[in-house]
Design a protein around this ligand. Structure first.
Ligand code: PBG
Length: 325
């Protein structure tokens, strides 16, 4: 008989042989920034997650700073939208304003802190799709320069990293070229490489007001039945010059994460998305699960599967709870 229980018999032994831990320096917290003044609105479907106006960002900046996590990822909710999502490229737009705020805030603290800008058009287009819409479909190549311009605007405003999330073919290369051309060859690109068309984004679309007005995103986001194709997406982002690859959502896609880990030498991120967060919160509110233990188990699973970076709405709660004990 193999006595596998031998090494489980005390806390000391278990701690000693533990293979994985959650690295808080690998956590990124998503922040929603909204137009207007003096706003802190809870997202109804995401308890504990708020939309802040720029003048109220100090509150969340202090919390992420205290937590000692890697950084934040910014999403904007602009006041007005148009057909081609031009707000995404506006250097005075909502995300650039927030970036300038955070940049200044952390400069005063004298601490390095990562500001990641999600690059997509869906929050800025009147139709809610992630690119230019023609004849009911998103036109890939016409959407690329808009993404490149959005990335440049974000970087000029202080983004330390950009993360294109629209699943346009060639978007990583287009952004890389634009950044290099403008002297930003040191700014990394994190590709949302294998991003699946997922019902798990439901609460986010409430939060960011970015649901497509017609149709769905299946002509650009991946079909969740496909694992091999996910590897092609990861390969192609790597070939286009991505510095970090991502799999999204996370929980139902750990098979893809494990395969990606075995395949690429690049750092790997997972996005623990809104629906995954809301399910945990909903069950916790009912008293059906132990939120603290569940979240730790989930976050650990991401690292065990091979992720180096976890983008998660649980980040602040997680760190706070860990440091309580
Ligand atoms: C924008 C974007 C989405 C998410 C991140 N960036 C929404 C979508 O693709 O519909 C989802 C994040 C989440 O659900 O937490 N394209």
């Amino acid at each position: 008989m193999q006595r596998l229980r031998r090494l489980r018999s005390s806390t000391t032994l278990r701690e000693m042989v533990a293979e994985t831990s959650v690295k808080k320096e690998g956590l990124i917290y998503p922040v929603f920034v909204t137009f207007g003044k003096n706003k802190k609105e809870e997202v109804p479907s995401m308890p504990g997650v708020y939309r802040y106006s720029v003048d109220r960002l100090g509150e969340i900046a202090e919390q992420v700073f205290q937590a000692g996590i890697a950084g934040v990822m910014l999403f904007g909710i602009p006041e007005t939208k148009d057909e081609c999502g031009s707000g995404a490229c506006d250097e005075q737009g909502i995300v650039p304003q927030a970036l300038r705020f955070f940049k200044e805030y952390f400069k005063e603290k004298g601490k390095s802190f990562l500001l990641v800008a999600d690059i997509c058009l869906c929050e800025y287009t009147s139709h809610g799709h992630c690119g230019v819409l023609e004849g009911g479909d998103v036109v890939n190549d016409k959407s690329l320069p808009l993404h490149a311009a959005a990335a440049l605007a974000a970087v000029r405003a202080g983004a330390d990293m950009v993360a294109p999330s629209s699943m346009m073919d060639g978007v990583v290369a287009a952004i890389r070229e634009e950044l290099d051309k403008n002297g930003f060859n040191n700014i990394p690109v994190m590709g949302y490489s294998a991003k699946f068309a997922s019902a798990f984004y439901g609460p986010f679309r409430d939060a960011a007001d970015s649901a497509p007005q017609s149709g769905d995103r299946k002509s650009y986001q991946m079909d969740f039945r496909n694992g091999r194709e996910a590897l092609r997406e990861l390969d192609s982002d790597e070939a286009e010059g991505a510095d970090i690859l991502m799999v999204k959502p996370a929980l139902s896609y750990l098979d893809v994460v494990a395969q990606a880990r075995a395949r690429t030498l690049l750092p790997l991120a997972v996005y623990n998305v809104s629906g995954e967060y809301s399910m945990v919160k909903a069950a916790a509110v009912q008293g059906w699960i132990d939120e603290k233990r569940i979240v730790k188990e989930i976050l650990t699973a991401f690292f065990r599967a091979g992720a180096d970076i976890v983008i998660t709405y649980h980040a602040l709660d997680y760190v706070r709870r860990e440091e309580e004990k």
